[in-house]
Design a protein around this ligand. Structure first.
Ligand code: BGC
Length: 479
């Protein structure tokens, strides 16, 4: 009898856990595809730029606009994404992101000239802004707390896989086939829309708008049957507490009590970009060209492996060690690697300019390639994932949505400045000086993190808030 009962129990537990596995898989798929699309759209321009330049006969200024306006679109949509997702739910905004991605891919793929192409870039950017703000939020709301930390790094992993796939497509196709490069973006766009249709709406959002029955159903897709009730109780308890404090406003984000967290969030976002990552992601082929790789095939292959593959592989290091070593050690180590490699590239270009054209090109080519591998690897295990992890941890529950929107928008704003002006700065002061400026930014980033960023490893979100409330320097967090 007892054995039969146990068998029955474990059979029903088995059924329950396989349903939960399925639910979590759908959530993971949606998050992964959103990151993948984000990365694909960021990476594709590196390979497409040469063909676009030739077909439309445009120079650096137009190329910079075509490249960077995607970030402008993302900046604006990131700012409104949180508010819209609170109003309409997470799913409609993610579906809109998929539609904008796909629409943008179509417009870019069939663009008759630069203005339409740029408009397509902005539309895609709107999609990226929505996805980059809402997908991690959705995942964090749906994932059980034991695996929540990893989800953010996994999201970053998806971005790097997207960039890699874009480079792979560019390497396989001739540069003249840039239209197809954009159109391939339709595939993951449609997968995202389809995935979201089958995914549950966020239980947290459903409970917040008073749809308790639906919230329970949503929780049941990602929580073991025995734990659904207690999870729902916890959720409601938390929401009741938030309600007592009243609805949050944008004014709350700028209150003195959260000022330190805001400085950390905005500062990290800013430094993640001004240390040059997207100058390299977007203009990798152009950089390899000035470093002496003359054939387009050699450039795209160097970009595929030196930038794309390294970026994916090194992100695994962060996924594995971010909770073990802590956030700050990874950030410091990464910045040292980035600083050294940027100085090496700067020095390489300086040596080249003192030689006759051609004679120094191969040395510079090798130095640049090795240094860029070190740069990308250093970014990928540190500033890439860790910045997003800290941003998702440091803000109080009540203002998290708005504050994360703001930090994301600041990230895109800084990315816009770098990508809009990188080629012009290179043309104005030369490659060497440009890379030394990026290296100097790493020094400033190091000082900023050492002085202002607290170590959040191993603390619950509530403990982080309690520590902010205690005041004191970031050193006191480590005691
Ligand atoms: C950054 C992106 C960057 C990507 C590269 C992300 O963390 O926010 O701007 O393109 O990493 O992997």
């Amino acid at each position: 009898m007892a054995t039969a009962a146990r068998t029955r129990r474990s059979a029903s537990k088995g059924k329950g856990s396989s349903r939960v596995m399925k639910g979590l898989l759908v959530v993971a798929l949606v998050t992964f595809v959103a990151g993948l699309l984000f990365g694909y759209d960021q990476g594709v321009i590196a390979g497409a730029l040469a063909g676009i330049g030739k077909d439309f006969r445009v120079g650096d200024v137009a190329k910079q606009i075509i490249t960077s306006w995607v970030t402008l679109g993302a900046l604006f949509s990131a700012l409104v994404a949180g508010t819209l997702a609170d109003r309409f739910g997470r799913k409609p905004i993610l579906i809109t992101a998929g539609i904008l991605f796909s629409g943008g891919a179509l417009i870019q793929g069939f663009a008759p000239g630069v203005p339409v192409l740029t408009a397509g870039r902005v539309v895609t950017g709107f999609g990226i802004g929505f996805a980059s703000t809402i997908a991690p939020l959705y995942a964090a709301e749906m994932a059980p707390s034991e695996i929540r930390g990893r989800i953010v790094s996994t999201y970053q992993l998806a971005i790097t896989v997207g960039i890699f796939l874009a480079y792979l497509v560019s390497d396989l196709l001739e540069p003249g086939r840039w239209r197809e490069m954009f159109l391939i973006g339709l595939v993951p766009g449609i997968v995202l829309i389809t995935g979201v249709v089958f995914a549950p709406e966020s239980a947290r959002w459903l409970a917040k708008v008073g749809r308790k029955r639906k919230a329970r159903q949503s929780l049941a897709t990602v929580t073991r049957p025995a734990e659904v009730k207690s999870s729902l109780d916890d959720l409601e308890h938390e929401l009741a507490h938030e309600k007592k404090e009243g609805d949050s406003t944008w004014g709350d984000v700028f209150k003195p009590s959260v000022r330190k967290a805001l400085i950390v969030g905005l500062g990290l976002s800013f430094f993640q970009q001004v240390t040059g990552i997207n100058a390299i992601i977007y203009y990798a082929n152009t950089i390899f060209e000035s470093a002496g790789l003359t054939s387009t095939k050699a450039q795209t292959t160097a970009t595929l492996y030196c930038v794309g593959l390294t970026n994916v592989l090194a992100t695994f290091v962060a996924v594995a060690y971010v909770d073990r070593f802590g956030r700050k050690p990874l950030l410091f180590l990464g910045l040292v690697g980035m600083f050294v490699s940027l100085c090496a590239v700067g020095l390489g270009f300086a040596i080249e300019s003192t030689k006759d054209v051609g004679s120094g090109a191969s040395i510079v080519g090798i130095i640049t390639m090795v240094a860029l591998v070190i740069f990308i690897a250093s970014f990928a295990f540190s500033l890439g994932p860790v910045v997003w992890t800290i941003i998702s941890e440091i803000f109080p529950n009540r203002i998290r949505g708005r504050a994360v929107s703001l930090a994301t928008a600041a990230n895109w704003g800084a990315a816009f400045l770098v990508t809009e002006f990188f080629l012009s700065i290179v043309n104005g002061i030369g490659e060497s000086a440009t890379f030394f400026i990026l290296a100097a930014m790493c020094v400033l980033a190091y000082i900023f993190i050492w002085r202002y960023v607290p170590e959040t490893k191993g603390r619950s979100l509530e403990e982080i808030q309690a520590q902010w409330a205690k005041g004191g320097s970031t050193k006191s967090w480590e005691e």
